[in-house]
Design a protein around this ligand. Structure first.
Ligand code: NAX
Length: 326
């Protein structure tokens, strides 16, 4: 039997975590041979609710769960962790401006970055799910100078999975038969879901779809899918977000088996994207790390879409720059 790994989940009493925790505990993230210790982190006001969630986890008597601990601060909750699923964030409240939202979250992710820096395992992998995910990830990483920026990711896998699901439905193929889809940029309505290099059952996708469907139906639908879910369900995406978090971390840790996956990672300047922002790129994962797929063709339309979402991330960065450590 393998040694247990420690996984911290923040926002552990919230909606996404109510799905995520049970999947992790069942071995869906790191495999059914990998025991886990769950370190659940919440704000002090949510600790009672968290206790209830922990009781339910206990009542499932998952064989892989070798321990559950509850914490009201990241310096305790992140001790020795190998994986961090950072779900908790400050939601936008009524009358709150975008800059206020960025600032409120900057405070949360600065503290969590410092905590990861001080107490996490040196090989920790951290995935930011809480919004605005890309800029939260930037703040997190900049506050953890002893860790490498490549140890942090922002989640765009839900946008990637949504693209596979909706495209598969359109073409009448299984999502697993599609490869080469990339979601570029920010996890926001400026993201660019790129199908130009995608194949379904080995055949080019772009040759099988109508350009106007792609540009005026598919693209805005992916960009605004979160709002569409809220409109129909009355609640924001939870199970699909949990599944995406799980998929992201599983592929990062265990490999994507040669398939392209979209990950919000530190830009190294590839594809002309400004360095130093967390931007979603096409990646292949192997041996516990990711590589950007570098040789994809991007046409003029794609380049203008990529610039737009890059510009938004640069503006978000400028709004929090004064809060970032030098
Ligand atoms: P909920 O409001 O149900 O849960 C959030 C939980 O986080 C709450 O229990 C809250 O007490 C806790 N929390 C807040 N601040 C915290 C802190 N400093 N430390 C620890 N816990 C803290 O939201 P939920 O539906 O679970 O969504 C969570 C986040 O995911 C939101 O920011 C949401 O916008 C974001 N999403 C991101 C997605 C992505 O693709 N990157 C998609 C789904 C989702 O919209």
């Amino acid at each position: 039997m393998k040694q247990p790994v420690r996984i911290a989940v923040t926002g552990a009493a919230g909606n996404i975590s109510y799905s995520l925790l049970f999947k992790i505990a069942a071995g869906e993230m790191l495999g059914t041979d990998q025991p886990v210790i769950l370190q659940l982190v919440e704000i002090p006001q949510a600790m009672d609710k968290l206790r209830g969630v922990a009781m339910e986890l206990e009542d499932c008597s998952f064989p892989l769960v070798h321990g559950i601990t509850l914490h009201d601060n990241p310096f305790d909750g992140f001790k020795g962790i190998h994986y961090a699923m950072l779900v908790g964030a400050r939601p936008r409240s009524k009358g709150m401006e975008r800059a206020d939202l960025l600032e409120a979250n900057a405070a949360i992710f600065s503290e969590q970055g410092k905590a990861l820096n001080d107490v996490a395992n040196r090989d920790v992998k951290a995935l930011v799910i809480g919004n605005p995910a890309n800029t939260n990830c930037l703040i997190l990483s900049r506050n953890a100078p002893d860790l490498d920026p490549s140890q942090f990711c922002a989640m765009t896998r839900l946008d990637h999975n949504r693209s596979l699901g909706i495209l598969g439905n359109k073409l009448g193929v299984n999502p697993s038969d599609i490869d080469g889809v990339t979601v570029w940029g920010n996890h926001s309505p400026t993201m660019y879901p790129d199908l130009h290099n995608a194949t379904a059952l080995g055949e080019s996708v772009i040759d099988q779809i109508d350009e106007s469907w792609y540009k005026t139906e598919f693209t805005p639908r992916i960009q605004k899918r979160g709002a569409e879910i809220i409109e129909w369900r009355g609640l924001s995406s939870a199970a699909s977000a949990a599944q995406a978090g799980l998929d992201h971390m599983r592929d990062w840790a265990l490999g994507s088996e040669g398939k392209i996956v979209s990950m919000g990672i530190i830009s190294d300047g590839s594809y002309g994207v400004a360095k130093g922002i967390y931007y979603s790129f096409p990646c292949i994962c192997e041996f516990g790390s990711y590589q950007i797929v570098k040789d994809l063709e991007v046409n003029e339309y794609g380049q203008s879409m990529m610039k737009k979402t890059e510009q938004e991330l640069l503006e978000e960065k400028a709004a929090v720059d004064h809060l970032l450590p030098a």
